[in-house]
Design a protein around this ligand. Structure first.
Ligand code: RP5
Length: 188
């Protein structure tokens, strides 16, 4: 099945520390403002899209493999300590019964952006519903399934930071301008 092949492919490309991958070193060197959490190292191929976007705009990220169900103590310690370390918002990506974003939102007042991942046989529909269907009272801003959702979560995080940070606003404007300029008039 397509989903399984995708998951197998993701496994071979993942490393223990996702932030050590090529292209994210700059982000790892900056004081992180955005925590990018993922339930498994196998989620990195999708979640790095959020880090790449933010890093490209000069926003430092802290990418972590933290699972709400496999590493609950690590999760609680990280989330409760994050604000004091300068984290302003969370992007959480998870697949299957994806509760990482919801549990994170439950224990921090910081904004939580959720990215459902297509790692299961249901191609992410399970994660989408689990992430988006938060009962009233604890919101998770939910994005599309997979890599494009992670990219949009990164862009949305940049837009949030841009409200009070002119440098990020400038970078976001430049990103949009470049994107627009890259659209050809004709398809051939
Ligand atoms: C979730 O289960 C993770 O977010 C991941 O997408 C999924 C599968 O994890 P692995 O079995 O590939 O580590 O917790």
């Amino acid at each position: 099945m397509a989903a399984r092949k995708k998951a197998a492919g993701r496994k071979t490309r993942s490393k223990k520390n996702p932030a050590s991958k090529k292209g994210t070193k700059k982000a790892a060197n900056k004081k992180p403002r955005v925590a990018v959490l993922m339930g498994s190292k196998n989620d990195w191929e999708s979640m790095r899209a959020a880090v790449d976007v933010l890093e490209g705009m000069g926003v430092g990220c802290d990418a972590r493999v933290i699972s709400a169900h496999r590493t609950p103590d690590r999760h609680h310690a990280y989330v409760t300590g994050a604000e004091a370390k300068g984290i302003e918002l969370f992007i959480c990506g998870a697949g299957f019964a994806a509760h990482l974003a919801g549990v994170t939102a439950a224990i921090t007042p910081l904004p939580v952006l959720g990215v459902p991942l297509d790692s299961s046989a249901l191609d992410g529909l399970d994660a989408l519903l689990a992430t988006v269907q938060m009962p009233g009272g604890i919101p998770v801003a939910t994005f599309g399934i997979g890599k494009s959702g992670a990219k949009n979560a990164g862009l949305f995080a940049a837009a949030m930071l841009a409200g009070s940070d002119p440098k990020v606003r400038k970078a976001l404007d430049a990103y949009r301008k470049k994107q627009t300029a890259g659209v050809p008039d004709r398809p051939f």
